[in-house]
Design a protein around this ligand. Structure first.
Ligand SMILES: [Fe+2]
Length: 379
């Protein structure tokens, strides 16, 4: 019998994989799925790690450092493998390669985790809703990440999902977006794209910043999430929560990179902050991936409290050429890395600490926030 013919949930359980997709609720848009983690070392604390961009053909020593940080949950933010597939056989083959990365799979067996995809594991470099194999990709993703046969992630237009963790009498919501399945094709500046090799050489040799070739799309019909996901997100943001970790495979706050990000869809990004304001959804902090470096951005907008976006990328992939980002409020760390969100509910003013750690486990970037900084100003 071929593995694909087996009940995937049974396979996952037999393999002891720690994916927490099992137990999905039936229905099109049930509330955030309750997520039960192990007994915490300190009942007032919650440590969630995250990362992105892990090429299955490369060694992955980063997992030892992630393990050593003892996260209670790990969030795979996409480009979790590099499929880069234009046919079904290649897509399946890349997942087979992914399953042979023992350092990663051993980590997955031991640590609860959740996943979303980005372009490379959805299908191919920078692709969106036009990707012809997206139905198969959705099936392979759900099989690999342990989604139950009746999971709504298998039948929705995209693999978005929300989870809820209860800790210290508070509630932490994990909102996982799908920024690929429905996304309108990107708009590129042909001149910039054509001049890429020269630009790369100039930046590499001269050390100057290098902007990508994508342009903001101001067409009101252009979308990142698609209407079904917007409706789902509106329902999730209406749920009460003390902290909301918004998982975005590409950068949300960054501005002016010219690469992939919400900045290519300014109307969609504005729609998100408008929705956060409309639902009075406080405690939102963004984690993202994709860029092959780590940085922290802060977006101050009249519509909302500051939106902090911590980018961790990559688990194997590194890009050491400076990229412009007018909302960057940290150094850029361009070594392999993972991110941490530490939530401390002790005391009268709960806090969040956002960190980036390197392959040795050393902290490279850090920002502490009070939960009070993630609230709407009192009228
Ligand atoms: Fe990506």
């Amino acid at each position: 019998m071929k593995p694909a013919q087996l009940d995937r949930r049974q396979l996952m359980l037999a393999a002891g994989l720690a994916a927490v997709g099992a137990g999905a609720q039936a229905g099109a848009n049930p509330g955030s799925r309750p997520l039960t983690l192990g007994t915490p070392a300190d009942p007032q604390l919650l440590r969630i790690a995250f990362g992105s961009c892990a090429k299955q053909s490369k060694p992955q020593p980063i997992w030892a450092a992630v393990r050593a940080a003892r996260p209670e949950l790990f969030l795979f933010l996409g480009d979790n493998l590099y499929a880069d597939a234009r046919d079904a056989d290649t897509l399946r083959q890349r997942y087979a390669e992914f399953r042979r990365v023992e350092a990663l799979q051993s980590f997955r067996r031991d640590v609860p985790h959740l996943a979303i995809w980005d372009d490379h594991d959805f299908g191919d470099d920078d692709v969106g809703g036009e990707y012809p194999l997206k139905a198969l990709s959705q099936q392979l993703f759900c099989d690999e990440w342990g989604e139950a046969p009746d999971s709504p992630r298998r039948t929705r237009p995209g693999i978005y999902e929300a989870y809820r963790i209860e800790r210290a009498g508070r509630s932490v919501q994990v909102l996982m977006l799908d920024l690929r399945f429905n996304r309108t094709a990107l708009v590129a500046d042909p001149a910039l794209k054509q001049g890429y090799a020269a630009m790369y050489a100039k930046s590499k040799l001269g050390g100057g910043a290098m902007k990508g070739w994508y342009l903001p799309n101001l067409d009101p019909a252009a979308t990142l999430l698609g209407e079904a996901q917007w409706a789902w997100l509106a329902e999730r943001l209406a749920e009460p929560a003390d902290v909301r970790i918004l998982c975005s495979s590409v950068q949300l706050a960054a501005e002016g990179t010219g690469w992939e990000g919400w900045s290519n869809f300014p109307l969609e990004r504005q729609r998100l902050v408008d929705l956060i304001r409309e639902k009075r959804a406080e405690g939102v902090v963004v984690v993202s991936g994709d860029m092959h470096y780590a940085d922290l951005s802060r977006w101050d907008t009249p519509a909302c409290y500051p939106l902090w976006d911590l980018t961790s990328s990559g688990l194997t992939e590194v890009w050491d050429i400076p990229t412009p980002n007018s909302r960057r409020v940290s150094e850029v760390f361009a070594g392999v890395n993972f991110g941490l969100v530490d939530i401390d509910f002790a005391g009268p003013s709960p806090s969040l600490t956002l960190s980036i750690r390197d392959v040795k486990g050393d902290t490279r970037l850090q920002q502490r926030l009070s939960l009070d900084q993630l609230r709407f100003p009192k009228a």
